[in-house]
Design a protein around this ligand. Structure first.
Ligand code: 0PR
Length: 352
């Protein structure tokens, strides 16, 4: 097999990044283990407990429960599933701001719940009043986003938690992308700041672990019981994950990355990424583009379709928001030198 994987040199669109060397090494070492079968693979199972506990440190949860999922999609789907199992209604609803990730749409289809998508405000954050109006006694789950996919925005998490409580629904925070940068900001986003029941935090995004490594954390371990099914022919008696067999690579690389980087390494990376995002935003603005202020390390700018396409032609891996803005995610592999080269190409394509 001679094919080579994509290099990260021109990747500005991805929420994932090059794994940290220690995370890569751990992933390779544990590739052939299966945390789905703890009776047979006890070492990786022990590592998963450690991963969850360390993710709890990041997300402000002292007694953490949860597991390392395949990614944010699985973690979000499982959060909806927990809420669905707890609801009495035949077909409960889930209230989510329009900034919520499309994984919730998959979850709603699979689990047959109604997804009530409510508008965001002028700053792309959940409109609290709209969430309040959409939530009712049939609401099983309210979703808040802490680091949105398109604009890196953080919803008013404590207030959304109160809305969920008022209708006796569970409250889920999707910090799949934001979870490893938010600890270094002033945002109130996690278990420490609000009545959060479940939370997604993905090591394989800003956590610098290898794919596949998502994180589902639950505030109370009994919430996981909603997911558990009996496993008659395994040594262990039940399984809460959605997947059965799964590689231990994600689990091991999560522990390795956290051991190496939490908190100092992630803090330094956040500073670099945020400074890069602010620099790029300033330069794009100076070229005359409308830029959405990067409150987290993600820049969106109103670049025309021909310019966008010419940049892609030039080899840049870039993506667009739902409303067509260019979107650059300042992940750890995105260096200032890369952004300088990118900006030079943008400048060349910009009419004087
Ligand atoms: N929640 C949020 C807030 C996300 O941004 C994403 C993924 C998910 C959940 C789902 O996570 P998984 O993809 O791990 O299941 N957001 C990116 C997106 O949809 C995923 C992505 C990653 C896209 C790498 C491109 C890419 O190269 O845009």
């Amino acid at each position: 097999m001679r094919a080579e994987p994509q290099s990260f040199d021109r990747v500005l669109s991805s929420m994932c990044t090059e794994p940290h060397p220690v995370a890569r090494e751990a992933a390779v070492r544990f590739l052939a283990t299966n945390p789905g079968d703890p009776g047979t693979y006890p070492q990786v199972s022990e590592l998963e407990r450690e991963a969850v506990s360390r993710l709890g440190d990041v997300a402000g949860l002292a007694e953490a429960s949860g597991y390392v999922a395949s990614g944010g999609t699985e973690a979000n789907l499982q959060a909806v599933r927990i809420a669905r199992e707890r609801a009495d209604d035949h077909r409960p609803n889930v209230v989510m701001p329009e900034s919520g990730h499309f994984s919730f749409r998959k979850a709603a289809t699979v689990l047959e719940v109604d997804l009530r998508v409510v508008p965001t405000d002028d700053d792309h954050r959940a409109d609290l009043e709209a969430v309040r109006q959409a939530a009712d006694e049939e609401t099983a789950l309210v979703v808040g986003v802490a680091g949105s996919t398109e604009y890196g925005r953080v919803d008013p998490i404590p207030e959304l938690g109160e809305v969920a409580r008022a209708v006796d629904a569970l409250f889920h925070v999707d910090a799949a992308w934001g979870g490893f940068v938010l600890p270094f900001t002033d945002y109130e986003w996690n278990f420490a700041h609000a009545s959060v029941d479940t939370l997604t935090i993905d090591p394989h995004k800003m956590g610098q672990a290898a794919v596949p490594a998502g994180g589902l954390l639950v505030q109370d371990e009994t919430l996981l019981d909603e997911l558990a099914v009996d496993t008659p022919y395994l040594e262990t008696t039940s399984q809460a994950t959605l997947t059965g067999t799964r590689s231990g690579a994600g689990v091991a690389s999560t522990v390795a990355a956290l051991e190496e980087l939490w908190p100092g390494g992630y803090a330094a990376q956040y500073e670099r990424s945020q400074a890069n995002a602010e620099w790029l935003a300033g330069e794009l603005e100076a070229l005359g583009y409308d830029v959405v202020e990067p409150t987290l390390p993600l820049v969106a700018a109103d670049v025309s379709t021909p310019t966008f396409e010419a940049l892609r032609e030039a080899g840049w891996r870039i993506s667009r928001t739902g409303s067509g803005e260019l979107r650059v995610v300042c992940t750890p592999h995105v260096t200032r030198a890369m952004l300088e080269a990118f900006l030079a190409d943008v400048a060349e394509l910009t009419p004087q």
